[in-house]
Design a protein around this ligand. Structure first.
Ligand SMILES: C[S@@+](CC[C@H](N)C(=O)[O-])C[C@H]1O[C@@H](n2cnc3c(N)ncnc32)[C@H](O)[C@@H]1O
Length: 305
């Protein structure tokens, strides 16, 4: 029995010592690149060891950064030149609090670094502009994801906000209706109306004189649906003209255009010609396009001054 106790004590002491020794070794390894002439560096100066260590440091830096950036939708930076402890967390918080572009800034950086899609940038721009109680139009309702996002942006306790969504496909409106039923409260659901019409007829369903903050187009075909049923340049242009007439000053026409399907490029050129031809005194028009991904969706933004 006494012998067994002795063995247990030896094992416990032995393993604690090993843990302690390895911890010291790790800490010294970790510190040696920052203190090249210090004692810590005498521990092991071989090139292989140093590489191993730098590799560890890099991983730790990235890991620490990703934890720090949890509240942001995207880890923005992958730089490892500055140890994370040097960046004060509060400074980041202040930036988010003070900047009127917070959120939009992150999604734009995400787009630039190839991590966010054009439609995500579009949603972020809408969110930046649309206020509670506003009226918005989803000109291509499809499965209802854009409509849902719009309802969340306009919905408030006064039940003033409103979203008019339209599509020429019955199946699209059914999908959208189910999505909205599942995702919205009954009050929010009451703020959205779905119409089985062509978007060129949007003036027929939106009451005259209502100030419209946003008209959004997500062109092309229904995801998961019939790829032959696409938006067409002619009706898209008529709808854009209608949107132009209905939009309130300070309002936005947002168009996500797809060029990868037959007819897509012609439609994009028509949209681009429409936006390019608007007078600069009244309109601010721009586009976001990936230059070396010729089939990537393009975001065209048309803002009424
Ligand atoms: C890319 S999808 C829209 C995606 C949708 N916004 C969403 O969040 O799921 C394009 C939609 O435009 C619809 N569409 C095609 N021509 C149209 C027209 N003339 N008027 C209204 N919608 C049309 C299609 O039926 C299709 O559902």
């Amino acid at each position: 029995m006494a012998q067994m106790e002795m063995v247990v004590v030896v094992v416990v002491v032995g393993s604690s010592w090993l843990v302690y020794r390895n911890s010291c070794k790790y800490v010294r390894l970790l510190l040696s690149p920052f203190f090249p002439s210090s004692k810590t560096n005498n521990f092991d100066t071989s090139t292989r060891r140093r590489r191993h260590l730098l590799h560890h440091h890099r991983h730790l830096s990235l890991f620490a950064k990703s934890i720090k950036q949890q509240p942001h939708p995207l880890p923005l930076s992958v730089s490892v030149s500055t140890p994370p402890s040097v960046l004060p967390k509060d400074k980041d918080k202040d930036r988010d609090k003070d900047s009127p572009l917070s959120g939009l800034e992150d999604v734009m950086m995400g787009y630039i670094f190839g991590k966010k899609k054009a439609i995500q940038v579009a949603h972020s721009v809408w969110r930046h502009l649309v206020q509670k109680g506003d009226t918005a139009i989803d000109a291509t309702c499809g499965n209802g994801y854009d409509t849902l996002a719009m309802v969340k942006m306009v919905a408030d306790k006064t039940h003033c906000g409103h979203v008019y969504a339209m599509d020429v496909q019955k199946v699209a409106l059914e999908n959208a209706s189910s999505l909205l039923d599942e995702s919205l409260t009954s009050d929010e659901r009451g703020l959205v109306e779905l119409f089985a019409i062509c978007h060129s007829k949007m003036e027929e369903v939106v009451p005259k004189g209502v100030p419209v903050r946003l008209v959004a187009f997500n062109l092309g075909y229904l995801p998961g649906g019939d790829k032959a049923l696409i938006t067409r340049s002619e009706t898209t242009l008529q709808a854009l003209e209608a949107a132009k007439r209905m939009l309130a000053p300070g309002g936005l026409i947002s168009i996500v255009v797809y060029v990868g399907h037959p007819g897509g490029r012609e439609e994009y050129e028509a949209v681009q010609a429409f936006a390019s031809g608007l007078p600069v005194e009244n309109w601010i028009c721009c586009k976001l396009q990936m230059l070396n991904r010729p089939l990537a969706p393009i975001l065209v933004l048309v803002l009424k001054r």
